[in-house]
Structure formats: structure tokens, C-alpha cells
Design a protein around this ligand. Structure first.
Ligand code: DGY
Length: 326
């Protein structure tokens, strides 16, 4: 069959697909430009793509032979899953393998904003570290504080564990509350959305981007937070109304933000760039050698399973795609 791969894959994994199928790979710049993707999708049975590729109605119109979209990434807001389902196209993602890396990075952002790690590093590099002083460069304690986790999926739970090892109290909000037994086991407390915003010293976002979560954090939610609190986002940029965040940071409505994702990624609101109370990362949540390798393995395994007419492990719509296609 014909397969289009839009990303760089480790040689051995690309060879694994090539042993069974004809593979087209990007001709140049990455991420693959939308026009290139559109021009190559015709006649392809499998697409291995990533979170920067938009698999929308327009692209799917051109996809006359597509059987599977294997996304390299756990988030799949780049894919119109409903439209794929209507067209009988399976969609897969790469859950689990990036949970720890993303939770680690979230903890790193919490520590970095609270302890001014990035500002401190810049101070030393600029040759402006002149002396230790009792009241210089004071940050905020993390230990003993409260983290409010919005969205308690795999990554949210992994963050809860890490936060507890820093002696933090963990609150969570989730549309469907987990069982009391699991709450007790995880030692976390369900808190209504607005109360979580009011009570947390760090609010960390772990929801997928959907119609419901788009701009979930805007001016009024930021105003509900404590003035000393920090907002941490390693989920998707558009969960936060970036313009409102910038205003809140400028006006001291919240103390700071640790961001790995942006509303108009890869563009970052220019005013964020000049703020000392933000730590800004280029979407690094899953960016470790080990994790990215596992994501690639998982995406390739899902792709090959679907093309062999087997049920892929991480299928998002297998139960809804009409039998005969899967
Ligand atoms: C994902 O997988 O959704 C991440 O955002 C990329 O690591």
C-alpha cells in the first residue's frame, strides 16, 4: 500500500514500514507545509503525521484512498476525527509513552517560575552575579503549597504524584469526578472549577483542546486566581485566552506563568517575551530521546496494524468506523 510519513522517523522504523509498503517522506522543510501534504495525500492508504499537520475536511476531501491516520502525539486536536469516522478512516494516537516526560516538564515549569530559575541563569551569563545577598532574587516556596490540576487524565495523575513528593497539596477538577476510592488512593481532593482557581498556588492545565475547553481560562478565571498564584500550561495553548493572560500578568492579577504551549503556536504573544514573570518553552513536553523514540514506535505499530486490517492498540474511533473498514 501507499504510505505518507510527514515527519522524520528513526531509520529502523522507516525501514520497518518500507518492508511492507511504499513510503513517501517529506521532501524538505519540516513541519511539512500544508500544500505539500495536500498534494501528496491522494492515493495514500496510510498517513503517519503529527500534531502540526492539519487533517481537516479540506485535506480529507483529497484523501481518496485513506484507511488510517496514525498521529505521532497524544493530542489529536489537529485531526477531524468525526470526519475521518464518517469516511471510514481509522485514527490513532500515542498515549501512555509520554506521560512521565510531560509530567516531569510540568514540574520543571512549576519549579522554574517559583524559583526564578531562568532569570537566575540569565543573571549569571550576563556577568551580573556580583554577590550573594539575603534578599536578592527571592522566589516562592513550592513545598507545602497547593497545586490545582485541571483535567485528571494520565498526565494530571502523574503530576499529582510528583507534586506530592514536593509535599504539595493536590486539588483536581475534572468533568467526570473519579471514584472516592481512587481519590483516597491518589490522596487528591475534587474541587469545583472556580474553587480550585481560588485555592491553588499553582494551576496546571491537563485537558485536551476541544470545543468545550477552548479558552477555558480567560479574564474571569484568571481574576479568580490568587494574586500570588502561577498558571502552568503544558496542554494546548488555546485552552488559555492568551490576550487575557498577558493582561493578567501585566496587571499583577496573577504572579506568573510557565508555558510550554501557545494559542497561535509557534507564534508567541510578543508581550510575553518581555515579561520576567514567565518561563516560556517551545512545546517540549514529550521531548526526551527515550519518549520520542517510544512515540515513533507506537505510531508505526498503530499504522501497520491498521494497514494489515488489525485493530490498532490506540484506536480513537474503531468502534464507530463501520465494520469492513477496520
Ligand atoms: C502531544 O503528544 O500531544 C504533545 O503535545 C506533543 O508531545
Amino acid at each position: 500500500m501507499e504510505v505518507l510519513v510527514t515527519i522524520e522517523l528513526p531509520d529502523d522504523l522507516l525501514a520497518k514500514i518500507r518492508r511492507q509498503h511504499n513510503v513517501t517522506t517529506p521532501s524538505g522543510n519540516l513541519p511539512m507545509p500544508a500544500e505539500e501534504l495536500r498534494s501528496l495525500i491522494k492515493g495514500k492508504h496510510g498517513l503517519l503525521c503529527t500534531i502540526t499537520d492539519r487533517v481537516d475536511k479540506g485535506l480529507l476531501k483529497e484523501a481518496d484512498s485513506l484507511l488510517v491516520v496514525a498521529n505521532y502525539g497524544v493530542g489529536y486536536d489537529n485531526i477531524d476525527v468525526e470526519e475521518c469516522t464518517k469516511k471510514g478512516i481509522l485514527v490513532t494516537n500515542t498515549p501512555d509513552v509520554l506521560t512521565d516526560a510531560t509530567a516531569d516538564l510540568t514540574m520543571a515549569l512549576i519549579l522554574a517560575v517559583a524559583r526564578r530559575v531562568v532569570e537566575g541563569d540569565a543573571r549569571v551569563r550576563e556577568g551580573r552575579f556580583h554577590a550573594w545577598t539575603p534578599f536578592g532574587f527571592l522566589g516562592t516556596d513550592v513545598c507545602g503549597k497547593t497545586v490545582g490540576i485541571i483535567g485528571l487524565g494520565r498526565i494530571g495523575k502523574a503530576l499529582a504524584k510528583r507534586a506530592q513528593s514536593f509535599s504539595m497539596t493536590v486539588l483536581y477538577y475534572k468533568r467526570n469526578r473519579i471514584s472516592r476510592e481512587e481519590e483516597a488512593h491518589l490522596n487528591i481532593k475534587y474541587t469545583e472549577f472556580i474553587d480550585l482557581l481560588r485555592q491553588s498556588d499553582f494551576v496546571s492545565l491537563h485537558v485536551p483542546l476541544t470545543k468545550e475547553t477552548y479558552h477555558m481560562i480567560g479574564a474571569s478565571e484568571l481574576a479568580a486566581m490568587k494574586r500570588e498564584a502561577f498558571l502552568i500550561n503544558t496542554s494546548r495553548g488555546a485552552v488559555v485566552e492568551e490576550e487575557a493572560l498577558v493582561r493578567a500578568l501585566k496587571q499583577g492579577i496573577i504572579a506568573g506563568a510557565g508555558l510550554d504551549v501557545y494559542e497561535h503556536e509557534p507564534d508567541v504573544h510578543p508581550e510575553l517575551l518581555n515579561m520576567k514573570n514567565t518561563v516560556l518553552l517551545p512545546h517540549l513536553g514529550s521531548a526526551t530521546k527515550e519518549t520520542r523514540r517510544k512515540m515513533a514506535e507506537r505510531a508505526v505499530t498503530n499504522l501497520l496494524a491498521a494497514l494489515s486490517n488489525e485493530r490498532p492498540r490506540d484506536c480513537l474511533n474503531c468502534d464507530r468506523v463501520k465494520k469492513g473498514n477496520s
